[in-house]
Design a protein around this ligand. Structure first.
Ligand code: ADP
Ligand code: MG
Length: 693
């Protein structure tokens, strides 16, 4: 392989390339736009566009696209070539500043939740210069935000950028009280991406995987993940070749792919990048998912990003590591070594704890989807209840603050905030609990609820906004205090005292926890139809509007889009199950039963008992009758959904009725699978899918 530093970001129009390619004045003007959001004049835009085009053409690009992130949760692009006809019938390659800055895709088919009436189908895309342009497949991709003509956000990126502004403003005000000289605070994110790799040929034989990304039927294989031999295990040669190829493609796009390993479930893996600012992390994660899929094709694999492709073994998540950092290089969630740093740390920690407690509902809603419902609140991975893990040491310190008692930590002196030094928290003492949905891991929080397929834009938009809100509340309490130190002590003590209910260091998977959580007044929003409407509770509309992140209209549109998407997903799954049962499974059972019956008849004619064949014929006939009945029930229940028009009611119906009927059908089918000869079964089994060589 080529030299990594040499190929790294070779397909990105980053600061280094800009500096090389742009006239000094243009570069300076562009930097101002990137760093301070200053407006770009048309002259400057033209120069930048031209330089970008020359660079891209040299690298073999022929087209450009405004690359955006509509509410579908994936990315969208429409390619235009650089060619422009000349009078003499030739072409030249052109790209103007106007084309760079603004695009007008006909976007009538993207979900808008009623925001964009069809007669005003056009949306527009606007360049986000804080995320660099890059070349993908011969196309210059320009990261953009996507809005309606009246300015409403039609995408996931715009609210994220707005929330970054909100947290910047609020955090700077607080830092000002501590005498900080920081000029900018950004939220940082490192998303750990889990995925499954399966053989493409096996994949192409399963309609459920093709249509829905997950297996809708499938009996467990004799071996699952119980031996824990896959986690961090040796990587198969074929998978290693895939990972190497993927890393190289990611590096070329300037993505800091850093860690790769096998995960808990068979055929499950993880890739983690070095963290970056939230919007870049979001763009890079989208590209990572796209490249994971594309690279898989080259290696004869299919990459599954579904949150729960297989029942009975782990699903895939995307751990969202989140923190705040200043332009002066300070991580605000790093405890630091001096009393001054400690007090500031405790204040930001308190703000995050209070924000997560006050706005549990929207944080939960931000990760809700039909696919993630199989993880959250199901019998694995973080429960649907949001709680915070701080680790024993930090919890002891907080307890001593709350109770005003002496803290006898290892290297710890008396606990009076801002006067004494906190002990160092070695990272590993804080990260023992893998069952917590929101864990403090030494110098950042790790939000473990997001599903593998989710854009990280949503949860980070919420995190940034709610922490900004609490920081503003803190600012109001502190700004005119006659004695800052005293006010700070009181505020930190009060905040932790009032929010101890959400701090839980125990086993989040234990059966006792939901009972205990209810006593503590924590929410347990088990499904998407329960969680999504929280976006439009009055207190949540208020916080989003106050910080300029979502308007009330935008929030209503999101609720509409997300619930509708939920209904569509369940409907597709139900229809796929029906199709598979009718066209493949039941006919396969019939064929097998016929073979058995024929054999039994012949055997009996020879005077043999044929008890195996006879018994199995009876058993399978009875099970297939049951399956046929459950299939009929599912069809009827799914059809009746068409009569419901209210979206909230409809999504609840899909959850309570359709999904339940699907599970019942699956239960019988999976039982039948264990009894039917493998060569009769129409689909590759879990064993074949998960344990390929
Ligand atoms: P783990 O034990 O969870 O694997 P790692 O140290 O590997 O922990 O970190 C996981 C992720 O957290 C990585 O993507 C890393 O870049 C990210 N991360 C580390 N520090 C920060 C930070 N200050 N802000 C956001 N993400 C961070
Ligand atoms: Mg982690």
């Amino acid at each position: 392989m080529s030299n990594i530093p040499e190929i790294f970001a070779s397909d990105v129009f980053n600061l280094k390339t800009m500096k090389e390619r742009l006239p000094k004045e243009t570069y300076k003007a562009l930097l101002k736009t990137i760093n301070n959001g200053e407006h770009l004049t048309p002259d400057v835009a033209n120069v930048v566009a031209n330089a970008m085009k020359d660079w891209a053409v040299e690298k073999g690009a022929t087209h450009f696209t405004h690359w955006f992130q509509p509410m579908t949760g994936i990315t969208a692009e429409k390619h235009d070539s650089f060619i422009s006809p000349t009078k003499d019938g030739e072409v030249i390659m052109e790209f103007s500043g106007k084309e760079l800055i603004k695009g007008e895709p006909d976007a009538s088919s993207f979900p808008s939740g009623g925001l964009r009436a069809t007669f005003e189908a056009r949306g527009y895309t606007a360049w986000d210069p804080t995320s660099f342009a890059f070349i993908k497949d011969g196309t210059l991709c320009i990261p953009t935000a996507f809005c309606s003509y009246s300015g409403e956000a039609l995408d996931k990126k715009t609210p994220l950028l707005r929330s970054m502004e909100a947290i910047n403003k609020s955090a700077l005000k607080i830092l000002g009280l501590f005498g900080s000289t920081a000029k900018r605070v950004t939220s940082t994110v490192g998303p750990e991406q889990e995925y499954f790799l399966i053989d493409r040929e096996m994949y192409s034989k399963r309609k459920d995987l093709i249509y829905t990304g997950r297996t809708l039927y499938g009996a467990p294989s004799p071996k699952g993940q119980e031996l824990e031999d896959h986690y961090f295990g040796t990587i198969k040669t074929r998978v290693a070749a895939y990972m190497k190829d993927l890393d190289e493609s990611l590096w070329k796009l300037g993505i800091y792919a850093k860690t790769k390993h096998n995960e808990v479930a068979p055929s499950q893996h993880e890739l983690a990048p070095v963290f970056s600012t939230t919007n870049i992390a979001t763009d890079h994660n989208q590209l990572t998912m796209e490249l994971m899929k594309r690279t898989a094709r080259k290696h004869g694999f299919k990459c599954l990003l579904h949150e729960k492709p297989f029942a009975g073994i782990n699903g895939s998540g995307k751990h969202n590591n989140w923190s705040l950092s200043t332009d002066t290089g300070v991580n605000l969630l790093d405890p630091g070594k001096t009393p001054y740093e400690n007090a500031q740390f405790l204040l930001f920690l308190a703000a995050t704890v209070k924000a997560v407690n006050d706005y549990q509902d929207i944080l939960r809603a931000s990760v809700a989807s039909a696919g993630n419902d199989h993880r959250l609140g199901a019998n694995e991975a973080p429960p649907a209840i949001i709680s915070i893990f701080l680790g024993d040491e930090l919890t002891d310190i907080i307890n001593s603050i709350v109770n005003g008692t002496h803290y006898n930590g290892k290297d710890m002196a008396e606990m009076e905030i801002g006067v004494d030094v906190l002990p160092n928290f070695p990272k590993d003492t804080t990260d023992r609990n893998r069952t917590s949905p929101f864990a403090f891991t030494g110098n950042k929080f790790e939000f473990r609820m997001p599903g593998s397929r989710l854009s990280v834009a949503g949860p980070n938009t919420v995190l940034n906004t709610i922490v900004a809100e609490v920081l503003d509340q803190f600012y109001e309490e502190l700004k005119d205090a006659p004695d800052f130190q005293d006010a700070l002590d009181t505020l930190i003590k009060k905040t932790f005292s009032e929010n101890m209910n959400i701090i839980f260091n125990g086993d989040g998977y234990s059966a006792d926890w939901p009972v205990e959580a209810e006593k503590r007044g924590l929410l347990n929003l088990k499904s998407t139809p329960e969680a999504i409407p929280c976006y439009v509770l009055p207190k949540n509309i208020e916080v989003f509007e106050k910080h300029g992140v979502y308007t009330e209209t935008e929030l209503h549109s999101r609720v509409e889009i997300l619930l509708e998407e939920y209904c569509k997903v369940i409907n597709i799954e139900a229809l796929t199950m029906i199709d598979m049962a009718k066209k493949d499974i039941l006919p396969a059972v019939s064929t097998y039963v016929k073979e058995l019956a024929k054999t039994a008849k012949l055997a009996k004619e020879c005077g043999a008992e044929a008890s195996f064949e006879t018994e199995l014929v009876k058993k399978l006939s009875s099970l297939s009758s049951d399956m046929y009945a459950k299939l009929g029930a599912l069809e009827e229940i799914n059809l009746a959904a068409h009569d419901i028009t209210d979206m909230q009611e409809l999504s609840t119906y899909y959850h309570d009725k359709v999904f339940t009927a699907m599970q019942e059908l699956r239960c019988v089918a999976d039982q039948i699978e264990t009894l039917v000869g493998e060569k009769y079964w129409p689909y590759p089994t879990y064993g074949a899918l998960l344990f390929y060589t």
